[in-house]
Design a protein around this ligand. Structure first.
Ligand code: PHE
Length: 467
C-alpha cells in the first residue's frame, strides 16, 4: 500500500495508451456525474462500471465489517467517520495538495487512472485530507473509500481496493498554556496499554532519514509519534484478537503464536517523520499501514495553522484477508451467495465474526503468451531508417488488457521469460496467465477463447508482435 515510489514506474512514465474502447474526446459519465475526457483518459469500462459498488458501505460485506472493527478503535465524537466521498478527484487533491513532486512516479499514467489531465480516480484516501482538515468538524477522523491503481494481477492485487485514513489533531490555541506536549501525553495516559511485542529501534526523528519538521519541537514530535504508535498498535491488537477468536472457533486446537509488529522508517511527501507498520503473520512480515506527523504546510493550506497531529492510511483488503482468511482478493467482488452468506448478521454483531470457509477450488488453466516488443530507442536508427516507431511498454498495460477481457476469471498473470535477441536487439517477453473462476470449472474451450482475445488485443493495442 505504499505509494508507488519505485523506479520501474518512473522509467516508464509518460506512456500514452488508450485503455478503453470509448474514444476521446467526448464525455464520460462516472458514478452519475459527467466528465470531459481528453488524451489522458485511460479508465477501462470495467472500472468505470464498478465505481458505485461501495463495498465498504455494504452491510455484512467483509470490507465493511473490517471498516467497522477499525472504526471501533477510533470512536466518535473524537473521531468523525467519513465514508461517502466520491472517487473522482482532482490531481490537486490527490497529489499537489499533499506535496507530491511533479515527477513523482505515482502520477504516471501507467499507475493511475486519469479521466483527463486534471482529474483522476483517487489512488489513496489521503486525497481527502486537505478538505477534511479544512472542514475542521472534529479533532480526529477516519475516512474509508474505494481507491484505484493500475497494478499487477495476483491474489492480493486488484485495480480497485479500499483504504481507511485516520487522523488526530491538537490545537496549540486550545491546549492549556499552549502546551501541546502535555496535552498529548495526557491523552496517551488515557489510552489502554497492551502486551503485544513491538519492535521499534528507530529514534523519534532522524535528521536525514526522518526529519523533525521546522516549527515542531522535538518534544512535540515525540509525543505525537507516541500517541500515533500506541493508537495504531491498539487497532492491530483489536483486529488480531478478533481474528484469533474466529480461528479458535473454527479449530479448537488452533496453535496461537504471540503477535509481533515492527515500526519501519518511511517517507510520504506530506508527513514527517513517517513510518510503516509491519505485522509478523504466518512466517512473513506484512506491511499494513503508512503514517506520520502531518506536515504543517498542509494544515496551513487547509486553514488550520494552529493545529498539529498525526495521520495514517491502512489497506482494508489486506486486513480483511487476514481476519477472515480470505485467500483471493477477487472474492470481495463476488456476488455468489456461497461467499456473501457466510457474513450475514456480522455487521450488527461483530462478535459473530467467523472465518471464511472456501466453498470450492476449481482447476487452474494456464496459458502462455509470448511476444516481441517493437525496437527500443537504442536500436531505432532514424525515421528514414525505416524501423517501426519506438514503442513504450509497461507491464500494467498487459495486466489491464487481460483484466478487461478475462475479468475476474483471471487469477494471476506472471512474467515467465524475458530475453533480448543478441543480433537484432529485440526484446521478447512471455507471460503466463492463470484462468480460474472462483465460482465454477472453466472449460478449456472457454479459456482458449479468452486467451485468443487477449493475444489479439495485445497485438492490436500494444503493437507487440506475437510469437
Ligand atoms: N496514503 C498512504 C498510502 O496510500 C498512506 C498514508 C496515509 C501515509 C496518511 C501517511 C499518512 O500508502
Amino acid at each position: 500500500m505504499v505509494l508507488r515510489g519505485d523506479l520501474r514506474a518512473a522509467a516508464n512514465a509518460g506512456i500514452t495508451r488508450q485503455a478503453s474502447a470509448s474514444a476521446f474526446p467526448g464525455k464520460i459519465t462516472l458514478g452519475g456525474k459527467e466528465y470531459q475526457k481528453d488524451n489522458w483518459f485511460n479508465v477501462p469500462d470495467s472500472i468505470a462500471n464498478s465505481l458505485t459498488r461501495e463495498l465498504h458501505n455494504t452491510p455484512d460485506h467483509p470490507i465493511s465489517i473490517t471498516r467497522s472493527i477499525v472504526e471501533s478503535k477510533f470512536p466518535s465524537p473524537t473521531f468523525k467517520h467519513y465514508n461517502k466521498f466520491f472517487p473522482v478527484v482532482s490531481t490537486h487533491e490527490n497529489f499537489d495538495s499533499l506535496g507530491f513532486p511533479a515527477d513523482h512516479p505515482g502520477r504516471s499514467k501507467t499507475d493511475t487512472y486519469y479521466v483527463n489531465e486534471k482529474t483522476v480516480l483517487r489512488t489513496h484516501t489521503s486525497a481527502h485530507e486537505l478538505a477534511i482538515f479544512g472542514a475542521n468538524e472534529s479533532v480526529g477522523y477516519t475516512c474509508s473509500a474505494d481507491v484505484y491503481r493500475r497494478d499487477a494481477i495476483d491474489k492480493t492485487h486488484y485495480p480497485i481496493f479500499h483504504q481507511m485514513e485516520g487522523a488526530r489533531m491538537w490545537d496549540r490555541r486550545k491546549a492549556p498554556g499552549g502546551n501541546i506536549v502535555q496535552a498529548v501525553w495526557d491523552d496517551i495516559s488515557n489510552l489502554p496499554t497492551h502486551d503485544m511485542i513491538v519492535e521499534d529501534p528507530n529514534p523519534p526523528t532522524h535528521p536525514e532519514r526522518n526529519p523533525l519538521q521546522h516549527g515542531h519541537s522535538h518534544d512535540e514530535a515525540e509525543a505525537i509519534a507516541a500517541h500515533l504508535k500506541r493508537s495504531l498498535e491498539l487497532m492491530v491488537v483489536e483486529i488480531f484478537s478478533r481474528a484469533k477468536t474466529a480461528a479458535i472457533a473454527a479449530d479448537p486446537n488452533y496453535h496461537d503464536e504471540p503477535l509481533k509488529v515492527r515500526w519501519i522508517e518511511a517517507y510520504f511527501p506530506w508527513t514527517s517523520p513517517s513510518w510503516e507498520l509491519e505485522i509478523f503473520w504466518q512466517g512473513d512480515w506484512l506491511e499494513v499501514l503508512g503514517c506520520g506527523v502531518v506536515k504543517q504546510e498542509l494544515l496551513e493550506n487547509a486553514g488550520v495553522p494552529s493545529q498539529l497531529g498525526w495521520a495514517f492510511g491502512i489497506g482494508l483488503e489486506r486486513i480483511a484477508m487476514l481476519l477472515f482468511e480470505i485467500p483471493d482478493i477477487r472474492l470481495f467482488w463476488s456476488q455468489d451467495a456461497r461467499f456473501l452468506d457466510q457474513f450475514k448478521g456480522v455487521s450488527s454483531d461483530l462478535t459473530s465474526l467467523k472465518r471464511y470457509v472456501p466453498f470450492s477450488k476449481y482447476p487452474a488453466c494456464y496459458k502462455d503468451v509470448a511476444f516481441w516488443l517493437q525496437p527500443s530507442s537504442s536500436s531505432t536508427t532514424s525515421a528514414a531508417g525505416g524501423l517501426a516507431p519506438v514503442q513504450s511498454f509497461h507491464e500494467n498495460d498487459v495486466m489491464e488488457i487481460v483484466r478487461e477481457i478475462g475479468g475476474d476469471v483471471v487469477e494471476d498473470v506472471r512474467k515467465t521469460d524475458e530475453f533480448t535477441h543478441p543480433k537484432t536487439g529485440r526484446k521478447s517477453l512471455c507471460y503466463r496467465i492463470n484462468y480460474r473462476s472462483l465460482e465454477r470449472t472453466l472449460t478449456n474451450e472457454e479459456a482458449n477463447e479468452f486467451h485468443e482475445q487477449v493475444r489479439a488485443a495485445l497485438a492490436r493495442r500494444l503493437g507487440v508482435v506475437l510469437r
